[in-house]
Design a protein around this ligand. Sequence first.
Ligand SMILES: Cc1cc2nc3c(=O)[nH]c(=O)nc-3n(C[C@H](O)[C@H](O)[C@H](O)COP(=O)(O)OP(=O)(O)OC[C@H]3O[C@@H](n4cnc5c(N)ncnc54)[C@H](O)[C@@H]3O)c2cc1C
Length: 400
Amino acid sequence: MSNARKSIIVIGGGYAGLQAIEELAKNSTHQIKLFDKNPYHYMQTDVYDLIANEGDFADVTVDLCTYCTGYNENVSFVKEEVTKIDFIRKEVITDAQRYSYDYIIVGVGARTKFYSNVKGLKEYGYGIKALHRAMYFKQKFEMSLFKKLDEGGRYCYPLTIVVAGGGLSGVEIAAQMASFAKAFYEDNHFICRKLNIVLVNSGDEILKGVDPKLVRQSQKRLDALGVITKTNQKVVELSEQRVVLSSGEVIEMDYMIFAGGVEPNGLIFDLDIKKTKYGYIEVDEYLRSTEFEDVFAIGDCATIYHEGKAIAPTADVAEQMGILAAKNINALCIQKKMKKHEIKSRGILIALGRGYAVAKLFGINIKGYSAYLLKKLVEKVYAYKLEKRSKVGCQKIFND
Ligand SMILES: Cc1cc2nc3c(=O)[nH]c(=O)nc-3n(C[C@H](O)[C@H](O)[C@H](O)COP(=O)(O)OP(=O)(O)OC[C@H]3O[C@@H](n4cnc5c(N)ncnc54)[C@H](O)[C@@H]3O)c2cc1C
């Protein structure tokens, strides 16, 4: 590879960004900077365990400073929020300072879309895409169950939780909460076991776009766990203790998780760069901006296509995008040809409560405990790789 030292900035230490760093770091001549507004990498794919109290925040986070220290000196972490990118002057701007780059990879993910036409949604709905919101919800869930303990034998008020959005995250969280609460009641021999989990889905089936067999299996599991699914309905209004659905039905509830949509991250809104009609960064088949040759976009903040259809944004896809964007930058640095993406989803694993999952991997459907073990294995392998790098970083910090 060329000895010309290139300054490469990666914005976002998510699934996509960390894979890009791993690939870029193979070239020790690059000067690589990872920016994130948070000091940690948040493993959103494991958050269902956190919410259902089967893990704490340490299980779903990796310290980015320690992680980056695990690489050679040419990789560094900057804990600053990027507020602007000047693509003409090739500068990244934060509240603290400006940083120039030769190449930039934008991987800032997406955020929960709190629709402004749904009254009360932003005030009373809980999102789970940000760790602090997931943590807040976890505490609320825990406190509700504790309150039940406290009330034991005196009253038997139902606890009603509404999950709006029957996509992957909504379904996983509804199932996990139902399963966890069921075990909690059983373990404590509660007489009062009134837990209502209501899953509100805008289409006539949950898990839009997912393999029909997985949809059927997931729905069956939700039914067995006692989750009440309301299809062809939308949340139109929300207050502290009431949800109004598009059918006019009013649900008295304790709280609501909103998993009904995502939108481009705030930074992307403000960027002066070509975007798709939904506001994501428009990239070509090399994952490069269609407007700027030195800008790549990866993960949930960009949209890519397979056979003309947009590929659903997942951690799996984000990781593949991160690797390819970095490889293409490496190729450009030595005047080699870039590679077109052939990215597609490698499979899907859906956690549906304690010891149960459904999956389709390499065309094979699996369900039950074996699928659950597989999901755990995928998560463990991912976490193990990050942990290995962090351990090296930790040793370096302590030896300093
Ligand atoms: C509950 C839930 C369950 C899921 N389950 C699965 C699953 O089972 N399998 C699967 O494949 N996918 C799953 N997903 C989807 C998956 O988590 C996302 O597709 C994935 O996180 C996208 O990776 P990313 O790198 O694009 O973005 P992210 O992982 O969201 O990372 C973006 C990073 O950018 C940083 N950032 C944002 N703005 C700025 C800024 N202005 N300056 C600096 N840094 C910034 C953020 O702090 C963050 O670290 C799930 C998502 C959720 C919410």
